[in-house]
Design a protein around this ligand. Structure first.
Ligand code: MN
Length: 327
């Protein structure tokens, strides 16, 4: 999936200023983003109050919807830089094709992991073999030392599964409770799918150095002291050794966590870079058909939206009052 907004903001983030060093409970309801043709997703990250949770820099929640009746999810060829996309489905499937020749249907419960590195283009279309579509699209910002790596696509259909009474967890990315996902990561992080049976009261261990957030995908649950409705995300800060989750009925959550991302990054449209100038270069290269390659037989590539005016200053810094340039 992609950021299909026509007037995406230029977002500066990273650094430790916004990281809560101690446990907090901040609810983010997300906002609806129009994907065109009636398709809507709910964007949880970035939002006005929070841009990152560890290296996790983008969270879109889509569905559940009936794809035979509804629009489904269709993203024509579009580029990415400096990030990994994590495609995770609870229901349905999505057909992924990219500019390094990958052609893979991502099924529910399997990890579709695309490392954009210095640049890749891909297209994604929900299938209709399964009638319902429900999923999440996550991006992970790559640290500077890895962000120019060669593009890669990895598919993992056998992820670590952990069970406890009333709880089944699937490790999507990173490390958790002694298990490790086969998905390659470039900074310490965790992405965990947690299914709670009705009437569960569970404690799960956390890495206290990480900042964490929990997104409720299905049902209702109380995380620590906060009752979450379906679709809401709870930012939890750092410094927790465990997390309590209680469910009335069956519930499904995604836990995201990671070491606070200290590097300053700039996000715009489908790019993660380090300066407004670099982002403008990525945009130019996409528009001129260089850098990213092409996705065969996947339709007309997306046109990049215009860059917001007046936001680029000499040297490529981003002028934002919340993140003044310090060096
Ligand atoms: Mn995409």
């Amino acid at each position: 999936m992609s950021n299909l907004e026509r007037t995406p903001p230029l977002t500066g983030c990273g650094g430790l200023t916004d990281v809560a060093p101690h446990p907090v409970e901040q609810v983010h309801e997300g906002r609806e983003v129009d994907f065109g043709a009636g398709a809507k997703v709910k964007r949880l990250l970035p939002n006005l109050a929070r841009r990152l949770v560890g290296a996790w820099c983008f969270v879109d929640h889509y569905g559940p919807e009936d794809v035979q009746a509804g629009p489904g999810m269709h993203a024509p060829p579009h580029p990415h830089t400096g990030l990994q996309t994590v495609s995770w489905l609870l229901e349905g499937d999505v057909h992924h094709r990219d500019s390094i020749g990958s052609d893979q249907t991502v099924h529910a419960g399997h990890l579709g992991l695309m490392t954009a590195g210095r640049g890749i283009a891909h297209a994604e279309h929900s299938g209709t073999a399964v009638s319902r579509l429900h999923g999440i699209q996550l991006w992970v910002a790559l640290p500077d030392r890895s962000r120019n790596a060669a593009a890669a696509w990895d598919y993992h259909d056998d992820l670590p599964r952990l069970t406890d009474s009333g709880l089944t967890a699937t490790l999507i990315m990173g490390a958790f409770a002694g298990a490790e996902s086969p998905g390659r990561v470039y900074s310490p992080l965790v992405g965990l799918d947690i299914a709670l049976d009705a009437g569960t009261d569970a404690l799960i261990p956390l890495e206290p150095e990480f900042e964490h957030a929990a997104l409720l995908m299905v049902g209702a649950a109380t995380v620590e002291h906060t009752a979450l409705a379906s679709g809401a995300m709870l930012y939890l800060g750092c410094g927790r050794r465990q997390l309590r989750m209680r469910s009335g009925g069956p519930a499904r959550l995604i836990l995201l966590g990671g070491a606070p991302f200290e590097e300053k990054i700039v996000m715009w449209w489908n790019f993660v870079g380090r300066s407004g100038e670099e982002i403008a270069d990525f945009r130019r290269q996409w528009q001129s058909g260089t850098r990213f390659g092409s996705v065969r037989d996947a339709g007309t590539p997306l046109t990049a939206p215009p860059l917001p005016p007046g936001r680029l200053v000499p040297g490529g810094a981003l002028r934002t009052p919340r993140h003044p340039r310090t060096s």
